[in-house]
Design a protein around this ligand. Structure first.
Ligand code: 5AD
Ligand code: SF4
Length: 450
């Protein structure tokens, strides 16, 4: 592009909330926009267009975005030509209500409609509001090469599927992201190889439920399941680390675990959301497994991958949850010994089965108290998990310079634990063997060994 064109180009600022899928989607959006002459900026003050990629999973995720829209309103007061767009899950859920509610919103685009962004922006240029929230059965953005918005140039996300068919009774995802579809494996391999050639060392394969990845060729003669896809990606190079998220306890197969065991570059970490330790609650949640089934999957992980870390999501205070049910969750956590966990209070979401049929009947104080107990227990389990690493040696992929000291580097081990160690002559992107000598509540501390 020559300089005059560069000056004419509009500058886009993207702010992302929610899960890793949203981070990956923002990279697709950046790519679509760049191909249409827009420039991505990291400085909100120089933006001509602000896009906020949103999450609807819990009420408080949406509250944060409403707060941001008030901030954008102030910016727009000083800069009336600014375009503000809401994209992602909240755009899909609220549609035109977003514009009715906040007049500063010019553009509303759902997760399957990002290709139409340039066209919609033309509508906005002409002084109208623009909306596209059509969900698709096919869209996987397979042919779009995402523009990496991360800074380290070492780890990247690749979205392998979109949407979800599980219909857990509390969950908004199927309503805002549509049905499940698997992306063509060839396009995934091409993207992973390209990242590897550019110097990336770690790829995380993303999907709402990676274990149900199931791609079928048009003539239906060829199918690829998740274990096969994992193997295809792992074979690109032994120096390319592979992670994936999220696994589903009802679908996670031994085959996937055996594939992980076969390739040392597939990281020893499984994120396996339990949600609850009570079969009664799991049934109401329509999770499709019992406590016993979940424990069986954990035992399979520990048998096939003895050094594998396990993390989870726990949700407390779901409809009808009793003190007994809550104790079952605490006992499951102690039994599994999670390395870390994301822990939430149940938040009723419109349209879901639970919102339509089950009462949000656990009092707020009880939810808070149970959540505190869960967080406290996990605190001690996380500490135990880190203490057990003292004296061990891990291969760490260096991701950056420690925030606390420029003489220290940080990276993660295969188990996804953050490790900090003295920099010496090591640099970002190196694999370094580090012996763990100490730990804090959040990190392992060690020294490099030759
Ligand atoms: N309320 C609270 N937490 C939820 N999650 C999903 N839906 C809800 C909800 N309605 C949590 C689950 C899920 C994680 C991504 O968010 O634990 O695994
Ligand atoms: Fe991700 Fe779910 Fe939030 Fe959408 S609603 S951004 S899929 S966590």
């Amino acid at each position: 592009m020559d300089n005059t064109k560069l000056e004419l180009s509009q500058k886009l600022y993207i702010e992302t909330y929610g899960c890793q899928m949203n981070v990956a989607d923002s990279e697709v959006v950046a790519s679509v926009m760049k191909d249409n002459g827009y420039i991505v900026t990291e400085d909100i003050n120089e933006a001509d267009i602000i896009l906020v990629n949103t999450c609807s999973i819990r009420e408080n995720a949406e509250q944060r975005v409403w707060g941001r829209l008030d901030v954008f309103k102030q910016i727009k007061k000083k800069k009336p030509e600014l375009t503000v767009g809401v994209i992602g899950c909240m755009a899909e859920r609220l549609k035109e209500k977003l514009i009715e509610e906040k007049k500063i919103v010019d553009l509303v685009v759902g997760p399957d409609a990002y290709r139409s962004l340039p066209e919609l922006l033309e509508t906005v240029e002409s002084g109208q509001k623009a909306i596209n929230v059509i969900l698709s059965k096919e869209e996987t953005y397979a042919d779009i090469s995402p523009v990496r918005l991360d800074k380290n140039g070492i780890s990247a996300f690749i979205s392998i599927m979109r949407g979800c068919n599980n219909m857990c009774s509390y969950c908004i995802v199927p309503y805002v992201r549509g049905g499940e579809r698997s992306r063509n494996p060839e396009s995934i391999i091409v993207e992973a190889e390209d990242l590897y050639k550019k110097g990336y060392k770690e790829i995380t394969l993303l999907g709402q439920n990676v274990d149900s990845y199931n791609w079928e060729s048009e003539d239906k003669n060829k199918t690829v399941m998740f274990a096969q896809l994992l193997e295809m990606v792992a074979k690109i190079s032994p120096t390319l680390r592979i992670r994936f998220s999220t696994s589903h306890p009802k679908d996670m197969s031994d085959e996937v675990l055996y594939t992980m065991a076969m390739y040392s570059n597939i990281c020893n970490h499984v994120h396996l959301p339990a949600q609850s330790g009570s079969t009664e609650v799991l049934e109401k949640m329509k999770r499709g497994y019992s406590r016993e089934w979940y424990i069986d999957r954990i035992n399979a992980i520990k048998k096939i991958l003895p050094n594998c870390a396990v993390s989870t999501d726990i949700m407390t205070g779901f409809s009808g949850e009793t003190e007994e049910n809550h104790k079952d969750t605490l006992s499951l956590m102690s039994l599994v010994n999670y390395d870390y966990a994301f822990m939430f209070k149940y938040s009723e979401r419109p349209k879901t089965y639970a919102a339509r049929h089950l009462k949000d009947d656990v009092a707020e104080e009880i939810k808070s108290r149970r959540l505190s107990e869960i967080i406290e227990l996990q605190g001690s389990l996380s500490e135990k998990s880190k203490k057990a690493d003292l004296g061990k040696v891990f291969e760490v992929l260096v991701e950056g310079i420690s925030k606390k000291s420029k003489d220290q580097l940080f990276g993660r081990n295969s188990q996804n634990k953050v490790v900090v160690f003295p920099k010496q002559d090591y640099k970002i992107g190196d694999y370094v063997f580090v012996e763990v000598t100490d730990c804090t509540s959040a990190t392992l501390i060690g020294k490099a060994i030759d």
